[in-house]
Design a protein around this ligand. Structure first.
Ligand code: NZQ
Ligand code: ZN
Length: 391
């Protein structure tokens, strides 16, 4: 195991109806003038926004609102949010929604106290200062409720880029599984896929002797395999939603990623798909992961065989470990298909003629300069070959 530091200061409030206390928590964490940030309508329709407004008023907390965050959130609304915060003296940001809303809130939080262009943070600058923020989560997926990460798309050129920084970790996050019961099954499945990807991206490591985090990841993957289909089949299954919600947080606050190298190839390759086609991030990952894993299989056959046996219940073939490793990838693909996820470019709405552009953006965007990937260093030719595997 490698040396590491781990700082995860978010205060979690988990369970039914806990969002009714949101005003109390905003006050507790120092908010007196709040920006309530939300998405395209689901939080209004479900009555959640009204619950939030009532709770803030009860606590005598002033607030302004900015809605309209789109999935794969854009920089345009971030600039608006930054201006609104500065103009109205906002000192706390409350994100009410999913990963897109939370990521947009994080970008505003960082940009509001920075003299330069907030986009600098998405081109490699580390976020060291941000307004405090809290979240009321409505979808189990991105893990942004516990992470220090944010992903934003620059509309000019449609570049989807990530930033990170301890200052971006939410001060508190309210996780009420019942709030996810209004999700369509497709979005539930996209979330499940994203959580599985966050686990695989950490499992695929070059660090030896990381049994504790290997086992944590395997436990979370097994949980997703058991509970995921239940939530897809029955939107109102509170207990499966509760298990998925906490698994989603644990999958991405990095408690199971410390002390080991990580991969993030599938995410980098997927981000170009959701940037170009505006598909759901989880759906993109469902197509990307089996292709990336197949391409990288020979880098460490035993690691793929290990997850195949321990998680997917495949029989270990010691004479042909590669066969076991491949069986694990097939099992993953079949599972994703069974919950309604796409399996190839066509089902995702992606086009073969865009592969050159996707490849170039992936290898040269953000902090990348010609390569991508943590588990295996991939060059343009490799990334192109991976996109072709998805056809
Ligand atoms: O906008 P509204 O109307 O709220 O609708 C949303 C949106 O259409 C809807 N939704 C959310 N909660 C709902 C609901 N509909 C009914 N009932 C509810 N309770 O679901 C749709 C998707 O929401 P979104 O926030 O986009 O989903 P998700 O949480 O998957 O976030 C995706 C974004 O997070 C980024 C992705 O790249 C993508 O941009 N990621 C962020 C990460 C991070 N910050 O740590 C890590 C991830 O790997 C990921 O890259
Ligand atoms: Zn993700």
């Amino acid at each position: 195991m490698e040396n590491f530091t781990f700082y995860s200061p978010t205060y979690f409030i988990f369970g039914k109806d806990e969002e009714k206390q949101v005003g109390h928590y905003v006050k507790r964490f120092g908010g007196s003038k709040v920006l309530v940030h939300f998405g395209g309508g689901s939080a209004e329709r479900s009555g959640l926004l009204n619950t939030v407004r009532c709770s803030l008023r009860e606590q005598g907390i002033a607030f302004v609102e900015l809605g309209g965050v789109k999935p794969n959130p854009r920089d345009g609304l971030v600039y608006q949010g930054i201006e609104l915060c500065r103009k109205t003296g906002v000192d706390f940001i409350l994100a009410v929604g999913g990963g897109s809303v939370i990521d947009s809130a994080k970008a505003i939080a960082a940009g509001a106290v920075y003299d330069g262009d907030f986009w600098d943070y998405y081109e490699g600058k580390v976020v060291e200062k941000a307004l405090p923020l809290g979240t009321v989560l409505t979808i189990s997926a991105a893990g942004s409720e516990g992470s220090g990460d944010s992903v934003i798309t620059k509309e000019q050129g449609m570049f989807k880029r990530a930033t990170t920084g301890e200052a971006l970790r939410p001060k508190f996050s309210i996780l009420d599984p019942a709030l996810t019961q209004t999700l369509p099954s497709y979005q539930t499945a996209c979330g499940i896929t994203d959580i599985i990807a966050h686990l695989y991206e950490r499992y695929l490591t070059n660090t030896q002797d990381v049994e504790v985090t290997d086992r944590l990841i395997e436990a979370l993957l097994l949980t997703m395999i058991k509970e995921g289909p239940k939530a897809v089949a029955d939107a109102n299954d509170y207990q499966s939603r509760a298990n998925i919600m906490w698994a989603g947080m644990m999958a991405h606050n990095n408690s199971c990623g410390v002390g080991r190298s990580q991969d993030w190839t599938s995410h980098n390759i997927e981000h170009e798909l959701s940037a170009l086609y505006d598909c759901a991030h989880g759906a993109g990952l469902a197509v990307v992961m089996p292709a990336v894993f197949t391409y990288n299989l020979n880098h460490d056959v035993m690691r793929f065989a290990k997850v195949a046996v321990r998680v997917w219940g495949c029989q270990m073939d010691f004479e042909h470990p590669e066969a076991t490793a491949r069986a694990g990838i097939v099992a993953l693909r079949e599972f994703l298909k069974s919950i309604g996820m796409p399996s190839n470019f066509a089902e995702l709405g992606a086009k073969a003629e865009d592969i050159d552009e996707l490849t170039h953006k992936c290898c040269y965007g953000g902090v990348n300069s010609g390569t991508t990937g943590g588990f295996v260093t991939l060059h343009e030719a490799d990334v192109k070959a991976i996109y072709k595997l998805m056809l």
